[in-house]
Ligand binder design. Structure first.
Ligand SMILES: *[C@@H]1O[C@H](CO)[C@@H](O)[C@H](O)[C@H]1NC(C)=O
Length: 266
């Protein structure tokens, strides 16, 4: 039995432009993207919290080991009873492929500052209460090599169940949107994000026809040599919305945190 209520946001709204906002709070005018074919992103997890037996969608995340999930720090910097759902496609249908896991420990990057998302470090690891069973619905996401930088316009997809309009419903089914990466030189130029964007971040989207749909903490899946790697953790968007031209969605650059990930996981 699955009892599921509407999305509520954990994140604080940061209102004035050019201050960034978290993805849950974005004001979408146009939402691109399409429903993903079921379980085509088998490392995507749904991070939920429980209140009085009801589950609330908080964020997305990535399964990186059988008992470890990677998400954004801002998703988990309040104390909650967390639950991770693996092998999920439609939040409202129990298809039998789901694995529900508790979270026994939350590790937030020690340099994360909840009042200053633009300084970076928006990364956290969750230790699951038991190991996942890997199968065609549940797989580990591949992490890039430490320090790897994507070339401009790399082929990436954002995935998630994120809300599609302010106050509107979440998508019941996992969605995906093509979101080509933008290199740091371009993204940090003055007509793009300027100095808001740090070298420990990855930008994707920001073009005329880039779609967007996803949620904080979820993966930016980028193809390198024919294989998908999780290059980003969705962190923030412009308060004008994530389709705003030259204001791409900003992700934590996973390849900048491989040493921290390796030293935190046991
Ligand atoms: C990177 O790609 C974007 C989007 O296509 C483009 O606007 C920008 O000029 C490119 N930057 C460089 C340095 O080529």
């Amino acid at each position: 039995m699955l009892r599921f209520l509407v999305l509520t946001s954990l994140a604080a709204i940061v209102l004035a432009e050019p201050q960034p906002r978290y993805l849950e709070d974005r004001l979408e005018r146009v939402v691109g993207g399409e429903v993903a074919s079921p379980n085509s992103w088998p490392w995507q997890i749904s991070l939920q919290y429980m209140v009085d037996g009801y589950a609330y969608l908080a964020c997305g995340g990535t399964l990186i080991a059988r008992d470890w999930v990677m998400t954004a720090a801002h998703c988990v910097d309040s104390t909650r009873e967390w639950r991770v759902v693996l092998g999920e496609h439609d939040l409202l249908i129990d298809s039998g492929t789901e694995q529900n896991k508790g979270v026994s420990q939350v590790y937030i990057h020690p340099k994360w500052n909840p009042n200053n998302v633009v300084s970076g470090y928006d990364i956290a690891l969750l230790k699951l209460s038991s190991e996942a069973t890997l199968n065609s619905y549940v797989q580990l996401g591949a992490l890039p090599p430490s320090g790897q930088i994507l070339p401009n316009n790399s082929y990436c997809y954002i995935t998630g169940w994120g809300r599609t309009s302010t106050g509107g419903p979440i998508s019941d089914e996992l969605k995906q949107a093509y979101l080509p990466s933008v290199d740091h030189q371009t993204c940090s130029s003055s007509s793009w994000w300027g100095s808001t964007v740090k070298t420990t971040m990855v930008c994707a989207g920001g073009g005329e026809d880039s779609g967007c749909n996803g949620d904080s903490g979820g993966p930016l899946n980028c193809q390198v040599n024919g294989k998908y790697y999780v290059h980003g953790i969705a962190s923030f968007v412009s308060s004008y919305g994530c389709n705003t031209i030259r204001k791409p969605t900003v992700f934590t650059r996973v390849s900048a945190y491989i040493d921290w990930i390796d030293s935190t996981m046991y």
